[in-house]
Design a protein around this ligand. Structure first.
Ligand SMILES: [Zn+2]
Length: 150
């Protein structure tokens, strides 16, 4: 840092020189009024808004269950619905339902929600929450295993 008046490399202080705030060395500070140390660059801590709402995080945590295609087909058959009927109920084409059942096409979250409702099955698994849960559990010790064996 260089003094804004003489340009000398020195430990600078903030001073009011002819009404202008400047960074000056000790030598030049006598030309103005040295400002109290506290006034020097103290950025006010700003509260940062969270980049995502809680809802978004919850959406992100969701993943489809394994074998979701099979689960949809089985649930549909259990309900005695044809692909056409199911498609009409969730607002998808018959060919789309076929692709979803073959897992050729991942349904949108919106469609998954509709399928869950119509077929009364769970298609989303909450990955995030599952991970948090597993973090809390301590690894099994030999003592635990012995206890379980009894
Ligand atoms: Zn100076």
């Amino acid at each position: 840092m260089k003094c804004e008046i003489c340009g000398r490399e020195a430990k600078l202080r903030r001073a009011l020189v002819e009404g202008v705030e400047m960074l000056v060395c000790q030598e030049c500070s006598r030309y103005g009024i040295v400002l109290p140390e506290k006034r020097a660059f103290v950025p006010k801590p700003k509260k940062k808004p969270l980049p995502y709402s809680k809802d978004v995080f919850e959406e992100m945590d969701k993943d489809l269950v394994p074998d979701w295609g099979k689960k949809i087909r089985e649930a549909r058959e259990r309900k005695g619905l044809s692909r056409e009927q199911l498609g009409a109920m969730v607002g998808e084409k018959t060919t789309t339902i076929a692709k979803i059942e073959n897992e050729e096409l991942r349904p949108t979250d919106e469609t998954v929600k509709k399928l869950e409702k119509v077929l009364e099955i769970k298609l989303f698994q909450e990955v995030g929450k599952a991970l948090i849960k597993s973090k809390g559990t301590r690894p099994l010790t030999i003592g635990d295993l012995l206890k379980n064996a009894k």
